[in-house]
Write a protein that binds this ligand. Structure first.
Ligand SMILES: NC(=O)c1ccc[n+]([C@@H]2O[C@H](COP(=O)([O-])OP(=O)(O)OC[C@H]3O[C@@H](n4cnc5c(N)ncnc54)[C@H](OP(=O)(O)O)[C@@H]3O)[C@@H](O)[C@H]2O)c1
Length: 237
């Protein structure tokens, strides 16, 4: 079987790891991480990069890897890196604002700019947003994070329109309260599940399966959309 390539950020996250564990065995993965200790395997190669650092050449490193392996097309791209500083906007420091916008939003844009030559008919991009793009969570205010995620959803719609004719699809998924790294604090879980129709937090696999679907040809007529994976958050009032 022919191998396909997936390039992504945030693949060391619990949602990212759940995605890697459900990919087809023919899928080769190139991921960015700040961690120097993540070791590459036959299927997954890591390049080091801090998405919050303007001077870091992580996009160039990804491109060099693709060129050195003579990759002609990247079938899937996932931008799942995220960071949040939950606080009132007046208490958010300039450095926290920069980090939030750089990691959640700017990195997604830079990734897609850099990979554009490898995105061809059939390629699919998934940007990991959040329900916080539309509402505040019980974890507290996180205006910059919400703005960055709303920006990602705008990016998905604009690029879906711009690149649609070349057969490239771009969508976003918006997880709700997921029991993983950036998920709700344990002390708030009961209060939050009271707002969820399914009455429980989601698990990383449930987000990963939707990302996998959007990456696959089964979603070939879906582009420019945001799929919420939130168990029916705020369906009652
Ligand atoms: N968990 C939830 O309830 C929830 C809800 C809505 C949306 N989301 C979104 O889902 C995604 C994954 O969330 P998670 O909870 O699974 O996250 P997580 O386990 O906390 O992982 C965060 C990821 O972001 C990467 N990252 C953060 N800062 C980075 C930087 N400066 N440079 C490079 N990579 C950086 C980390 O990579 P390294 O540490 O390897 O560098 C890691 O892979 C995020 O985009 C988050 O906003 C999560």
């Amino acid at each position: 079987m022919m191998e396909t390539w997936l390039v992504g950020t945030g693949l060391t996250s619990e949602i990212g790891q759940a995605l890697l564990s459900c990919l087809e065995p023919t899928c080769r993965v190139l991921g960015v991480s700040r961690q120097s200790a993540v070791s590459s395997t036959h299927h997954v190669t890591w390049v080091q990069g801090d998405l919050a650092n303007h001077r870091e050449l992580w996009v160039e490193r990804l491109v060099d890897e693709l060129k050195s392996r003579h990759v002609e097309q990247v079938a899937g791209v996932v931008h799942a890196a995220g960071v949040v500083f939950a606080d009132q906007v007046t208490a958010t420091t300039p450095d926290e604002i920069d980090q939030t916008l750089m990691v959640n939003l700017r990195a997604g844009l830079r990734l897609l700019q850099g990979l554009r030559p490898w995105l061809k008919s059939g390629s699919s991009v998934v940007l990991v947003s959040s329900v916080d793009a539309r509402m505040q969570s019980s974890d507290g205010p996180a205006a910059i994070y919400g703005a960055a995620k709303a920006g990602l959803e705008g990016l998905a719609r604009q690029l879906a329109a711009e690149w649609g004719e070349s057969g490239v699809r771009i969508n976003a998924v918006a997880p709700g309260a997921i029991a993983s790294g950036m998920g709700p604090q344990a002390s708030l879980a009961d209060r939050i599940t009271g707002h969820i129709a399914l009455g429980r937090l989601g698990n990383p696999k449930e987000v990963a399966h939707v990302i996998k679907f959007l990456l696959s040809p089964q979603s070939s007529y879906i582009t420019g959309t945001v799929i919420r994976v939130d168990g029916g958050l705020n369906l009652r009032y």
